[in-house]
Design a binder for this molecule. Structure first.
Ligand code: UD1
Length: 423
């Protein structure tokens, strides 16, 4: 297994290209199942989660070709052979549940393994299932699988009112509704840029959708969808992660492809902490204004609020801030597993339930640490960039799920970072 060794090395300067969004790509890929015609995605990120979704789609009989070094995904679901997503693949990645809506809508039935829990909380899929029920589907949970069946004439449009915001359930319901009979209204829908990106792609395929980006999305079902070519939106979480690198180490870095609209709440917090963010014609330029950053309080919320997927990285920044910051995690229970690892580097963090109190210290010190999930792992790398001495991050496979070429991107702006085989 690989490790990443980071050595604190002073300010960072230069440019970092930001990839297409993992989370957008993971919902755009299953959209191919809705149509017999090809769907081609450009600006796809090169990540292990994308390879897992590729394997899942191929297991259903879809053709998925990774072209141009993986940045183009040419897909066709013309000759699907199965509507069953097996446990062996689904257990690796929760986003696998996103094949359920498209399969059910196009074929009238599907069997998808339940994804099970994961490190950052229980994460059930009940909201996905309730949405399909509102469209007339019958669901049976047997042998660890969801067995879903549409009414005889196919899914029916309906009113789906989510009790709270779920990105995945909104995406699954949106895809299913494109082929349902009549009108579907999704109320209290998620508003994330990845949902807007999905709706735009589905519209290119012939879907009739209104209101994406607001909390009410209306879909007028159509008989069939066609093919399309679509560019995956910029990864706002990768963007925010790399914006934190100069914030933590000093220097000035331009994140290519970034815009403030993708991360407005996050940019406001950076500003309050004393970090300047400037929109340029090519991206976002980030620099630390003064010596030490100021403490800020952060509460995670659905978009347009502060993203839960940047909470761990923000905590890494606040570990060396002047004063005490309070971070409240409102989306997932148990999403502070990076806190004890950061404490190994000298950070002062008190966690009580969903709240973490971080008291800034002058300097972090390098230490061997363990990545526990995707965003936690990159927060340890960011902390390592600002620490004295070497930080050795193990279980790097978490990182490979969501960050392409992390070593290349950070060393390109002057960081001292290398990937080695575990001794
Ligand atoms: C997506 C993102 C993930 C991000 C999260 C929140 C992908 C592949 N992943 O995950 O990176 O952290 O949004 O921004 O896009 N919930 C239920 N029942 C459900 C569905 C969700 O109780 O049926 C709960 C979850 O446990 C969680 C909350 O709702 O507490 C929000 O989760 P959700 O927005 O659905 O996250 P994902 O779509 O899984």
């Amino acid at each position: 297994m690989d490790q990443i060794i980071v050595t604190g090395n002073g300010p960072l300067n230069g440019q970092i290209p930001i990839a297409g969004a993992k989370n957008a790509c993971l919902t755009l890929m299953p959209a191919t199942l809705l149509s017999e015609e090809p769907l081609t995605l450009t600006n796809a990120p090169r990540l292990s989660d994308i390879r897992t979704m590729t394997t899942l789609l191929q297991s259903l009989g879809a053709e998925v070709q990774a072209l141009q070094d993986g940045q183009v995904l040419a897909m066709s679901s013309h000759d699907l052979t199965s509507t069953r997503a097996d446990y062996d693949i689904v257990r690796k990645m929760r986003a696998s549940i996103l094949v359920l809506g498209p399969l059910l809508a196009r074929f009238g039935h599907a069997e998808v393994s339940l994804p099970g829990g994961c490190a950052i909380g229980a994460r059930p899929v009940d909201l996905h299932l309730k949405a399909f029920e509102a469209m007339g589907a019958e669901l049976d949970l047997r042998d660890g699988y969801v067995h879903a069946k549409a009414p005889a004439g196919g899914l029916q449009g309906g009113i789906v009112e989510f009790p709270f915001v779920s990105v995945g359930a909104t995406e699954n319901a949106l895809m299913a509704a494109t082929l349902a009979k009549g009108t579907t209204v999704l109320k209290n829908a998620a508003r994330e840029p990845e949902i807007v990106d999905l709706a735009q792609c589905l519209r290119k395929m012939g879907a009739q959708i209104d209101g994406e980006g607001t909390s009410e999305i209306t879909i007028q079902g159509v008989d069939r969808l066609g093919g399309a070519t679509h560019r995956v939106v910029t990864d706002r979480i990768e963007l925010g992660t790399y914006m934190l690198a100069p914030a933590i180490c000093g220097g000035e870095v331009e994140c290519l492809g970034g815009t403030i609209s993708l991360l407005a709440a996050f940019c406001e917090k950076l500003d309050a902490a004393g970090i300047s963010v400037e929109e340029t014609p090519t991206g976002l330029k980030v620099a630390r204004k003064n010596g030490r950053v100021s403490a800020v309080d952060v509460t995670t919320e659905p978009f347009p609020g502060f993203p839960t997927d940047l909470q761990a990285q923000m905590m890494a920044l606040l570990c060396t801030a002047e004063g005490t910051s309070v971070l409240e995690e409102k989306i997932f229970e148990n999403r502070f597993m990076h806190a004890p690892e950061l404490a190994r580097m000298g950070a002062k963090i008190d966690v009580h339930g969903g709240t973490a109190k971080v008291t800034g210290v002058d300097k972090l010190r390098g230490a061997p640490v363990m990545a526990t999930d995707l965003r936690a792992s990159v927060s340890l790398i960011l902390a390592g960039l600002a620490a004295e001495g070497d930080t050795i991050v193990s279980r790097v496979y978490h990182l490979d799920r969501g960050y392409e070429h992390v070593v290349r991107k950070l060393s390109g702006v002057g960081a001292k970072i290398e990937r080695v085989k575990e001794q």
